[in-house]
Design a protein around this ligand. Structure first.
Ligand SMILES: NC(=O)c1ccc[n+]([C@@H]2O[C@H](COP(=O)([O-])OP(=O)(O)OC[C@H]3O[C@@H](n4cnc5c(N)ncnc54)[C@H](OP(=O)(O)O)[C@@H]3O)[C@@H](O)[C@H]2O)c1
Length: 318
């Protein structure tokens, strides 16, 4: 089969389309003909070698966590899916596999595609939207009427976070740059802060949840903006969130939390909730551009600018 192979760590040019062996499924797995995938910043961080200290000195051979496609084979113990089903899901980003003609996925981590989305729209959802959902619901314990701050409200994680918070009946303050003010309002932000003109930490004692999808703030800087029992959640945890959080959270009524996404049963359950939100019209994919997989290098280059509005999607091999 054809796949985009990371030939070595480096710039987008290290991505090459090559013939590789088709995955072989186990009894509890399904084989999916990939129709679409999407780019997440972790893909180009892995490709560039930025994460090699953490993850080892061999690049992920085939990148890609998000996918949508059609089931072409099912393992002997698979009961929830059959050949021909349209599915979407999340692979482990560090292991990848979605920038390919076929991928194998565990049955328990797979979900039927939302009926009202095409394959490209569906592939834009899993990683970024699950990140926001898990941050707001599991870490932030979001409640109807909360005031939620989304720093980076026009990126993949942020746009989804805004829509999820609105689906919970929350008031949302979002941070973006001047060029994205309109899109921020369109996806549901009630109060927009233009970070190129204004400080983003001026509102004191205001937010129940501060979702930092840019991760350019910190708990200590953002905590003045939180209400007494508010929660700051980062998508890029460092020393504070990994090591100090248990101590910080004992002595403070305001909490520091992190979100780290990887496939698991719980996340599949959450993906099903997202499917419902999508089918009920409460969550809509926002796609900046769909690139054919032959233009994977251009797609990575665009994502790496850090300026994407919503998601960059990859159309699978024809
Ligand atoms: N922990 C996890 O499991 C997890 C999961 C998903 C993502 N992440 C991480 O979370 C971060 C966000 O991911 P993403 O997919 O949302 O990225 P993304 O889609 O590439 O984010 C791009 C957006 O960020 C906005 N932005 C950039 N600088 C900003 C700033 N200073 N203030 C406000 N907005 C700013 C840009 O808007 P402007 O052009 O207007 O600046 C753009 O719309 C990445 O670092 C990613 O690696 C972590």
């Amino acid at each position: 089969m054809r796949a985009v192979v990371t030939t070595k760590f480096g710039p987008p040019e290290v991505l090459e389309i090559q013939e590789v062996e088709k995955p072989k499924i186990k009894d509890n797995e399904i084989l999916v003909r990939v129709y679409a995938s999407s780019i997440n910043p972790v893909d180009w961080k892995l490709r560039s070698g930025y994460m090699k200290i953490l993850l080892g000195f061999k690049p992920t051979k085939i990148l890609g966590a998000d996918y949508s496609g059609i089931v072409t084979e099912v393992g002997r113990k698979v009961s929830d899916f059959k050949v021909g089903d349209a599915v979407f899901g999340l692979l482990h980003a560090y292991k990848g596999g979605a920038y390919a003609e076929f991928l194998k996925a565990k049955e328990k981590y797979t979900c039927l595609k939302p009926k009202n989305l095409n394959f490209e729209e569906a592939a834009s959802i899993p990683l970024a939207t699950l990140t926001s959902y898990q941050a707001l619901v599991h870490e932030g314990k979001i409640k109807h009427g909360n005031h939620v701050m989304v720093n980076g409200c026009t990126g993949g994680v942020g746009i989804a976070g805004v829509q999820i918070a609105k689906a919970f009946g929350c008031i949302v303050t979002g941070v973006c740059s001047t060029k994205n003010l309109e899109i921020a309002k369109k996806v549901g932000v009630d109060h927009v802060i233009d970070y190129t003109k204004n400080g983003i930490l001026k509102d004191k004692n205001t937010f129940d949840i501060f979702l930092d999808a840019v991760a350019n703030q910190s708990f200590f800087r953002a905590k003045e903006t939180l209400k007494p029992n508010g929660t700051y959640i980062t998508t890029l945890p460092g020393f504070h969130a990994f090591v100090l959080a248990p101590f910080i959270n004992i002595i403070n009524s305001k909490k520091l939390r992190k979100v780290l996404i990887a496939p698991s049963k719980m996340r599949t359950k959450d993906l099903k909730v997202l499917k419902e939100l999508i089918e009920n019209g409460k969550l809509k994919p926002v796609i900046e551009k769909v690139y054919p997989i032959e233009q994977i290098r251009e797609a990575h280059t665009r994502s790496e600018t850090g300026r994407v509005v919503g998601k960059v999607v990859i159309r699978g091999f024809p």
